[in-house]
Write a protein that binds this ligand. Structure first.
Ligand SMILES: [Zn+2]
Ligand SMILES: [Zn+2]
Ligand SMILES: [Zn+2]
Length: 265
C-alpha cells in the first residue's frame, strides 16, 4: 500500500472512532450507548442481541441488581475453581448530554484504565491483598465486558411460612430482604446465587456468594453447598459441610420453594 493511502485509511479510521461508544438503533434510529442491552427509546422494543451474543452464556461476569448509583458485578475468580467468585464495583457515569446512557466500559476492552481512574474497584480477596493501590486486573476487565444481568428471584411469603424454618431465621430473612432495596436472592449462574448479607469487612456491599451442587449418590440426590459468610465458616461442630446452616442457605431454599420451575434444574 502506498504511503498516501495508508495515511488516508488512518484518517478515516480516526473519523469512525469518534462514533465508538454510540450506536444507532436499527429500528428507530435512536442513538444508544453501546453498553445498553436494549434501545433506550421506550416505545421501541429492540434488544441488541449482538451486544452480547457471545458473552451471554459466559459466567465470567454478571451484573447484579444493587443500589442506584453504582454497578456491582459478580466475577469469576479463575484460579480458585469454577464456583469461586468475587465482586467488582464500577461507577455509573451519565453521558454528558444527560440522556442516561452509560458510556463507561462502552467498548469491549475500551479503556479499562479509564474505568479505574473513574473509580472501578476489584474486591476479589487476592487482588485486595496484592496491592494497596487500586490496579487493573482481569476481574475489572471481565466486568467491563459484561453483558449479562443476574436473575432476581422472588421470595413468596407463603413459601417462607410453609417451610420448617426456625422463627429467628425467618425474622433474619425478612430483615435482610427489607432493610435494603433490591432482591434478596439473585441467580448468577446455574449453581451460584448472590444473597444479601449484613455488610461486614469481607462483604462490604452487603452481598455474598452462595453456591450449591447436586450430587447423585446412588439413589439419593444430595445437595452440597457453600456460603461465603462467617457463620457458615465457623460452625465448628459441623465438619461435614452439608450440616452447616446459615440464613443465606435458608433464603435460597425459600427462593427455590417460591418458584416451582427453579427446583426443576
Ligand atoms: Zn430503537
Ligand atoms: Zn481483581
Ligand atoms: Zn451464609
Amino acid at each position: 500500500m502506498p504511503r498516501e493511502d495508508k495515511r488516508a485509511n488512518f484518517l478515516t479510521d480516526l473519523g469512525r472512532a469518534t462514533m465508538r461508544g454510540v450506536r444507532k438503533c436499527p429500528k428507530c434510529g435512536t442513538l444508544n450507548g453501546t453498553r445498553g442491552f436494549s434501545c433506550k427509546n421506550k416505545s421501541c422494543d429492540v434488544i441488541f442481541k449482538e451486544a452480547g451474543e457471545k458473552k451471554k452464556h459466559s459466567t465470567e461476569a454478571c451484573r447484579i441488581t444493587a443500589g442506584a448509583d453504582t454497578q456491582i458485578y459478580s466475577v469469576r475468580v479463575r484460579d480458585k475453581g469454577p464456583d469461586y467468585r468475587g465482586f467488582v464495583q464500577i461507577p455509573l457515569i451519565q453521558s454528558v448530554d444527560g440522556s442516561g446512557d452509560i458510556f463507561i466500559g462502552a467498548e469491549p476492552l475500551g479503556d479499562p484504565m479509564l474505568l479505574l481512574q473513574m473509580g472501578a474497584r476489584c474486591y476479589v480477596e487476592s487482588c485486595q491483598r496484592k496491592s494497596q493501590q487500586p490496579s487493573l486486573c482481569s476481574h475489572i476487565r471481565a466486568a467491563s465486558q459484561c453483558y449479562k444481568d443476574a436473575t432476581s428471584l422472588t421470595l413468596k411469603n407463603s413459601a417462607l411460612n410453609s417451610l420448617p424454618i426456625p422463627q429467628s431465621i425467618k425474622t433474619d430473612i425478612w430483615q435482610l430482604a427489607t432493610d435494603t432495596p433490591g432482591p434478596l436472592v439473585q441467580r448468577v449462574s446455574k449453581n451460584i446465587m448472590v444473597v444479601k448479607c449484613k455488610p461486614e469487612a469481607l462483604h462490604q456491599f452487603g452481598f455474598l456468594h452462595f453456591s450449591f451442587q447436586q450430587v447423585r449418590n446412588k439413589e439419593e440426590i444430595e445437595y452440597k453447598y457453600y456460603c461465603g459468610c462467617r457463620s457458615f465458616k465457623i460452625q465448628p461442630a459441623a465438619r461435614d459441610v452439608s450440616f452447616r446452616k446459615c440464613v443465606h442457605l435458608y433464603a435460597c431454599v425459600v427462593a427455590f420453594a417460591s418458584d416451582h420451575n427453579l427446583s426443576q434444574v
